[in-house]
Design a protein around this ligand. Structure first.
Ligand SMILES: O=C(O)CNC(=O)[C@H](CS)NC(=O)CCC(=O)C(=O)O
Length: 293
């Protein structure tokens, strides 16, 4: 079994501060002997309005990813982290999950394919239009081989589309990651159910690092409750949830952040093999009746 860590924090609009928090989480996890750490979606920043354009960075040369890569190398740690990647069309960014290996090299990356364009689930039942700032990716990436198993990457809202997680299972994923920044309303209603269902039906570990807390200047609050689910559907680690009411938008007010949290868990690939052997769903799929995913 190999030890891994999952991190939850409240990103601000300042990329340097957020980088410091993530680097310190990597350092702590290394001190405990973890080989892999999962960081949330948008760990580089949560911003308001047009700030996306100026804050998004290149994965190769930007301050945020350089800090993460240096820390990964220094502490021999694999890192999964969500960032805003500069360089998409129309001044937008990609919502990208980056997998960094223990030498500080980018081993793989995945650009979120399902964007959170919704009508009445945002703060105060307002709409959210992720596609205004973000260009969707156009491919699912094969799972990457790491010291904790084969990691398949998806992000946040993607967890509502089981087809892609089943596709990753088909490609031999052991672990599926959903770095997230969920809304409080949808988090309370759906978060645990979605993550446990994805784990049970794919018979994979599901790891969802999360943002948590009030981002007042951006007019939004993240639900938190970062969670790890075993291939049998048990919650093996979870962090605290944020149930604050949404607060009115206030650009100048940066509230004290909700404290960051770190949890540890073992990835037990023997248990995964036993679960799959006892209930061989992958071999039982009736693709002859209902087609491939
Ligand atoms: O905007 C950023 O900077 C980072 N991206 C996000 O926070 C994204 C898009 S707004 N959030 C989600 O997908 C929440 C999904 C969700 O809450 C649900 O499926 O219910």
């Amino acid at each position: 079994m190999v030890l891994a860590a999952i991190f939850q924090f409240c990103a601000r609009q300042c990329v340097r501060d957020n980088a410091l928090q993530c680097v310190s989480a990597i350092e702590s996890a290394a001190g405990r002997g973890a080989k892999f750490i999962f960081l949330p979606e948008a760990s580089d920043f949560i911003a308001s309005g047009d700030a996306y354009k100026s804050l998004s960075e290149s994965l190769e040369t930007g301050h945020f990813m350089s800090s993460i890569r240096d820390a990964a190398k220094l502490h021999n740690m694999w890192v999964s982290v969500g960032v805003h990647e500069a360089g998409a069309s129309q001044g937008r960014c990609f919502n990208t999950q980056v997998l960094v290996d223990d030498k500080g090299i980018i081993a793989s990356l995945y650009r979120k394919i399902h964007l959170f364009d919704v009508k009445n689930v945002g703060p105060g039942n307002t709409p959210v239009l992720e596609s205004a700032s973000t260009e969707p990716g156009d491919r699912v990436v094969d799972p990457a081989t790491t010291p904790i198993g084969r990691v398949g990457m998806l992000t946040c809202y993607d967890m509502r589309f089981p087809e892609v997680s089943l596709m990753l299972r088909e490609k031999d994923a052991d672990i599926i990651t959903y770095p997230s920044s969920f809304t409080v309303k949808t988090g309370k209603a759906h978060w645990e159910v979605l993550l446990r269902a994805r784990a049970i039906e794919t018979q994979c570990y599901v790891v969802a690092a999360a943002q948590a807390g009030v981002h007042t200047y951006a007019g939004r609050t993240s639900y938190g409750r970062a969670m790890v689910v075993s291939p049998w559907g048990e919650i093996v680690a979870q962090l605290s949830e944020c149930d604050s009411d949404p607060r009115p938008y206030n650009e100048s007010e940066e509230l004290p952040t909700k404290a960051s949290e770190l949890a540890y868990f073992d990835i037990d690939l023997d248990q995964l093999v036993k679960v799959r052997a006892a209930m061989p769903m992958q071999e039982q799929r009736r693709v002859d009746v209902y087609g491939a995913r």
